[in-house]
Write a protein that binds this ligand. Structure first.
Ligand SMILES: [Zn+2]
Ligand SMILES: [Zn+2]
Length: 170
């Protein structure tokens, strides 16, 4: 008799546990979530996360490579670019304006131009670069060369004969 009551009590307890109010609510909520998150939605979110992560990685690579090409410190900028998106954005704002290759080319251009000018020399009075055929300094008006009376070529003052037309200079 006693055992029978005890068994009845135990079974009623387990029934209450499995069909309890909390249990029902929990399972219905998880079911609702499960029906909301379809495989398509999950794939969509995973794709977005992968794209965001990829852009982050690409931004780091871009910063390191670009800072190297522009002669900035790639280690420092690489570390700054680890701040997602903000680092790369800061680099884009502050990076050196010119690529190293371009800068080298510009330096070379400048050197070549200088050399070109050196070939012709400069005004003895003011230092202005002058070309071979200049009779007068374009800047200060100093007479640089004599003009051949016969052919009009510019002649060095020490020349006794015009090398273009063989006319004696005096
Ligand atoms: Zn001059
Ligand atoms: Zn001449």
């Amino acid at each position: 008799m006693r055992l029978g009551i005890l068994l009845e009590l135990l079974s009623s307890c387990s029934d209450a546990y499995s069909t309890g109010k909390d249990g029902v609510t929990m399972s219905s909520v998880s079911e609702a979530i499960g029906s909301l998150i379809t495989p398509e939605i999950r794939a969509f979110f995973i794709t977005i996360i992968v794209i965001i992560a990829l852009f982050y990685l690409i931004s780091i690579i871009w910063v390191i490579r670009d800072s190297y090409l522009r002669g900035a410190n790639p280690v420092v900028w690489g570390l700054i670019s680890l701040i997602p998106y903000l680092g790369a954005f800061a680099y884009a704002m502050l990076r050196p304006p010119m690529l190293l290759a371009d800068r080298d080319e510009q330096d070379l251009d400048f050197t070549l131009k200088q050399r070109e000018l050196m070939k012709y020399g400069e005004c003895a009075n003011c230092g202005y670069p002058v070309e071979r055929e200049y009779l007068m300094c374009p800047q200060c008006g100093t007479q640089l060369k004599n003009e051949c009376k016969s052919c009009g070529h510019a002649l060095n003052p020490e020349w006794k004969v015009c090398p273009y037309c063989c006319t004696p200079t005096r």
